[in-house]
Design a protein around this ligand. Structure first.
Ligand SMILES: NC(=O)c1ccc[n+]([C@@H]2O[C@H](COP(=O)([O-])OP(=O)(O)OC[C@H]3O[C@@H](n4cnc5c(N)ncnc54)[C@H](O)[C@@H]3O)[C@@H](O)[C@H]2O)c1
Ligand SMILES: O=C(O)CC[C@@H](O)C(=O)O
Length: 540
């Protein structure tokens, strides 16, 4: 495995990767010919906030499987492009929340008591006590936009200063706000009522430019604004103008539109405190972030465990262990069905029954779709990260239904139905003995066959002698049979499978599926055989 660390990470982060025998770790100082060149054969990329992992950069990384963001905000990563390329994007939520909250409180106190100015005047040999009378935080109203991990840490600390806390976050449960002494209010009330306003939302199309000349106009005179989230949340010139006019009493900014900051409307404004994107930069946070991220990236590359992914639901190690055999089974079932539709694929219906229906099924769904898209020559780029997105791009609808409890306790069963313009194809499967994927039905005929290795699926008329002919032909062609499963349509089956139809799924021992082509051709010439499909089941 090749891991490219594009930005400085803690020594403990490096150590996690270095413990893996044979892994090549490239540190920022070893990147000599540019990041794009280094990524040409990389499996993983680790970034902080400076590197822009955009679509163009990702084009130069054909093998890349995971991007690890050492931190929270992923606005420097084109997650759509990553998803499209089947790359997992992971971050480390929460690991720097206390660090950011502590700096936020530090900046609020610094604004209230003009600590930076007190310090610089003292260093300049001045005793400027008169101009340094401040205000207390006690009794003031703090408005928090974004009550996630950081926003809530800020709320808890601000409560201990005796502040009244109001918050705006459309996605937080009122009970969580209440438990943290936050009164939820509409965003305009935050602007109107806050003495201090602090931002803790990610950069999205909804939050970009949240603080602008219009929102500033309705703010309480003298408000102080703290931004430790993302520079783009504020229209910088509008804020600078409002500070100069005295409408806004001060600001403390850790993040900016352009970083590193080279030119700024805030330079030389007395009541503006600037810091170079350091809110999350504490020894403790960087250590926690680095180790957590390195372990996540390692576990994904080694075991396929997806944790803290922003483009896929995360699973705990235990959850992953439980569904891993079903992910593999879904992929094989999809491969089994691949090319089985008579016309152009329009719709994929995936039904989960039993225990799997109770858990997270996105990976199972994507594996099934990736399996369906897989072609004999391996030309499909769909994988379990991007398969649903690729289906959507191709205009193929995905329908899912779940039934947790089934009469008869059939265990966990996955059923896939491919609907096409000219007809349907369907199959269902389960996992036996912990990790053995088994086919349970194909096109309405019950059967029990291993979903493993090379299979020959034969639809035939249920007449005497066919099974014997199949065995003879395979024997004549020196193809050894590893497993022979038979099923037949019953009168109570759907009308699509007429009575008198039968199915054989034969697992054969051949080095490559192509070694059995002659045998398959011979089977096709048997009159009672309606169709033969040679299927080589690969691993995802
Ligand atoms: N300066 C730094 O060094 C630094 C460090 C860490 C995080 N950050 C920034 O802080 C942000 C918040 O981090 P977090 O760990 O608390 O993330 P989080 O995901 O835990 O919290 C974000 C909160 O914002 C809320 N939200 C989303 N859209 C909203 C909207 N339109 N209006 C109001 N609330 C909205 C979400 O519901 C969520 O509760 C990150 O996205 C990152 O950009 C900066
Ligand atoms: O890596 C950093 O230095 C900043 C991280 C911070 O912006 C984050 O979103 O976690």
């Amino acid at each position: 495995m090749k891991i490219v660390l594009a930005e400085k990470v803690s020594p403990a982060t490096l150590a996690v990767f270095q413990q893996e025998p044979g892994w090549q770790i490239v540190t920022p100082d070893q990147i000599k010919n540019g990041l794009a060149a280094e990524l040409s054969d990389a499996d993983a990329l680790v970034v902080r906030s400076a590197v822009q992992a955009d679509a163009k950069l990702l084009e130069s990384a054909p093998k890349l499987r995971v991007i690890g963001r050492a931190g929270v905000g992923v606005d420097n990563i084109d997650t759509d492009a990553a998803t499209h390329r089947g790359i997992v994007v992971m971050n480390t939520p929460g690991a720097n929340a206390v660090a950011v909250a502590e700096l936020t409180l530090g900046l609020m106190i610094s604004l209230a008591r003009a600590i930076p100015r007190a310090n610089s005047t003292m260093h300049a040999g001045k005793w400027d006590k008169k101009s340094l009378q401040g205000q207390e935080l006690r009794g003031k109203t703090l408005g928090i936009v974004g009550l996630g991990r950081i926003g809530l840490e800020v709320a808890r600390r601000a409560a201990s200063f005796g502040m009244n806390i109001i918050g705006y976050d459309p996605f937080v449960a009122p009970v969580i706000a209440r438990e943290n002494n936050v009164t939820l209010v509409p965003i305009d009330d935050i602007f109107k009522a806050s003495d201090y306003l602090t931002l803790h939302v990610g950069l999205t199309t909804q939050t970009e430019g949240l603080i602008n000349s219009t929102s500033i106009k309705i703010m309480k005179k003298g408000i102080r604004i703290i931004n430790c989230a993302r520079g783009e949340l504020i229209v910088e010139q509008a804020l600078a103008d409002a500070i100069k006019s005295g409408h806004v009493g001060g600001a403390a900014l850790d993040v900016f539109h352009q970083e590193p900051l080279k030119e700024s409307p805030f330079y030389n404004l007395d009541n503006v405190i600037l810091s170079p994107h350091i809110a999350g930069a504490t020894d403790e946070a960087q250590e926690a972030i680095g180790i957590q991220l390195a372990m996540q990236v390692r576990d994904y590359l080694k075991l396929g465990v997806v944790q803290n992914a922003v483009n896929l639901p995360s699973l705990s190690h235990e959850e992953y262990k439980e569904i891993a055999p079903y992910i593999e089974m879904a992929d094989r079932l999809g491969q089994f069905l691949a090319h089985a539709t008579p016309g152009n694929l329009e719709n994929i219906q995936i039904s989960y029954t039993g225990r799997i229906a109770a858990g997270k099924t996105d990976l199972i769904r994507n594996a099934a779709i990736a399996g369906i898209f897989s072609s004999a020559d391996g030309g499909s780029t769909a994988n379990r990260i991007n398969a649903a997105a690729i289906a959507a791009e191709r205009g193929i609808r995905i329908q899912e239904d779940k039934k947790e409890f089934t009469p008869g306790g059939a265990g966990s069963v996955l059923k896939i139905v491919l609907h096409s313009s000219d007809g349907d194809a369907s199959a269902s499967a389960t996992v036996l003995h912990g990790n053995s994927p088994r086919l349970l039905s194909y096109d309405g005929i019950d059967i029990e066959a291993p979903l493993h290795g090379t299979l020959v699926a034969i639809r035939n008329h249920d007449v005497p002698g066919v099974v014997g002919r199949i065995g003879t032909i395979l024997g004549e062609q020196s193809v050894n049979i590893a497993n022979f499963a038979l099923g037949r349509a019953h009168s109570n089956h759907s009308q699509r499978v007429p009575h008198g139809q039968a199915l054989a799924v034969v697992q054969i021992d051949v080095p490559k599926a192509s070694s059995a082509t002659a045998a398959v051709d011979a089977l096709r010439r048997v009159e009672a055989i309606a169709s033969v499909r040679l299927i080589e089941l690969g691993k995802l």
